[in-house]
Write a protein that binds this ligand. Structure first.
Ligand code: SF4
Length: 138
């Protein structure tokens, strides 16, 4: 079972193989592929740093314990009608996204994220709405 924090549920939708370091990318690509190949994979929703944060490089500005990031997690989980401590499959998470999230939400909940302007996270939400699931990372 994977442990993920709220906002990383959205980051996975927009993931296109970019990240903070090679190790970070390898870890995220592995998780992304597992969820894509087996949407029944279970996820425990956690508070604070998770299995993606674990690979955040020492060289970068560590933001994984910042209050503003915890706040983003909380807003996203509330929007999706989910709670910390809940265990559910990736396909159930996709279903919550279809029910409770629209692409434009990224502009609000992720306002301060440096990746937002690429537009891939909004695109990822659109693809879930269109029934396409996670996109293959080239
Ligand atoms: S904008 Fe940033 S925090 Fe929001 S889903 Fe994309 S990468 Fe994640």
């Amino acid at each position: 079972m994977y442990k993920l924090r709220g906002h990383h549920l959205f980051c996975l939708l927009g993931y296109r193989g970019m990240g903070y370091s090679q190790e970070y990318v390898e870890n995220m690509t592995g998780l992304h592929q597992t969820l894509r190949n087996n949407p029944k994979t279970l996820i425990l929703l956690v508070k604070g740093p998770d299995q993606l944060c674990e690979k955040f490089p020492n060289s970068g500005e560590y933001h994984c314990q910042d209050d503003r990031i915890d706040e983003r997690d909380a807003v996203i989980l509330e929007k999706m009608n989910l709670k910390i401590g809940q265990i559910l499959s990736w396909e159930e998470i996709e279903s919550h996204i279809r029910k409770h999230v629209i692409p434009a939400d990224i502009q609000v909940v992720c306002e301060t994220c440096s990746w937002r302007s690429y537009g891939v996270c909004e695109e990822g939400i659109r693809e879930i709405h269109n029934g396409r699931g996670l996109r293959k990372v080239e």
